[in-house]
Write a protein that binds this ligand. Structure first.
Ligand code: RP5
Length: 286
């Protein structure tokens, strides 16, 4: 887990690149050697952007300047978790500061919370199998091929883990399961009979999640004052007898869903590649 955090901290690439998502705002340029707040960057003058779309939303904070807004930073603030998996974050002039470094933009962008915005990601895996049911072996390295369920995100069109935001007061592991059902299974198109069958399979399968990562996500929506963090859980269908057999339907805000081979050249949203590679490493060692 420590290694994966180290990789993300070093890169922090997607959180400081180009035009901010769903806007025309160009991030201020942050070269690799100026990411750290400990390095002086006198010219640094990031645009301040908070999308009009988040105001008044039940999942969004008010502005810092709002006199009724009295957040308890680095704490469980009522039902809202303002603690970071990365340790204590700084507050400067009333604003929480991104623990990884500069992103080239301040404000909240399209994120609802100042500080950490907590998500959960389910990494549902199986071994790739041939039509006769035998495990397929990768001829290049003579190892079985691990697959995971990916969704195609509606906002960026990138393949991603079917994760989502933790609702206030919700247990993170429960979020991972709920998001998987909403985004990957689209149970709404299932018959009542199918739903009953799936619910039994799910209960058993999703009770066996293994936490594989908790920390910062190099998400393109991050800003100097708001950022994504996640807890990722692996749910592995070792013999392909449960989730590995189910028909996949995209739902909620996902526009596609499929089993994807975990290969070195895989391209995924945010830092999801680091997470699936960690799962692959663990399962291959077992
Ligand atoms: C990523 O954004 C997380 O890893 C998670 O997959 C996702 C949650 O945001 P939404 O999909 O709800 O937009 O940073």
């Amino acid at each position: 887990m420590k290694l994966i955090k180290f990789i993300m901290i070093l890169q922090h690439m997607k959180a400081r690149c180009g035009i901010y998502p769903r806007s025309t705002i160009q991030r201020f340029s942050v070269p690799d050697d100026k990411v750290s707040w400990n390095v002086e960057y006198k010219e640094y003058n990031p645009p301040n952007y908070t999308s009009a779309s988040i105001y008044g939303k039940p999942w969004a904070d008010p502005d810092i300047a709002d006199s009724n807004f009295k957040p308890n930073w680095n704490s469980l603030d009522g039902n809202v978790n303002r603690k970071s998996h990365m340790g204590l974050y700084q507050i400067t002039n009333g604003y929480p500061i991104n623990p990884v470094g500069r992103t080239g933009i301040c404000g909240r962008g399209v994120l609802g919370r100042w500080g950490p915005n907590h998500a959960a990601d389910p990494v549902v895996t199986r071994w790739k199998r041939l039509n006769n049911g035998e495990m397929e072996i990768d001829k290049l390295n003579n190892k079985p091929i691990l697959q995971f369920i990916a969704i195609k995100r509606g906002d960026t069109g990138e393949w991603a883990l079917p994760g989502g935001m933790v609702d206030p007061g919700e247990k993170v592991a429960a979020t991972a399961v709920r998001e998987f059902q909403e985004e990957a299974m689209n149970s709404f198109v299932a018959t009542e009979e199918q739903k009953a069958e799936w619910s039994q399979i799910f209960d058993k399968f999703f009770s066996g999640g293994v936490e594989v990562y908790s920390g910062y996500v190099d998400d393109p929506r991050n800003t100097d004052n708001s950022w994504m963090e996640t807890v990722a859980y692996n749910f592995h269908d070792h013999d392909g007898s449960t989730v590995g057999k189910l028909k996949l339907n995209a739902g909620d805000d996902a526009v596609g869903v499929r089993w994807v081979d975990i290969t070195p050249d895989i391209k995924l949203y945010a830092s999801h590649k680091d997470i699936v590679e960690e799962v692959s490493k663990r399962l291959t060692l077992e």
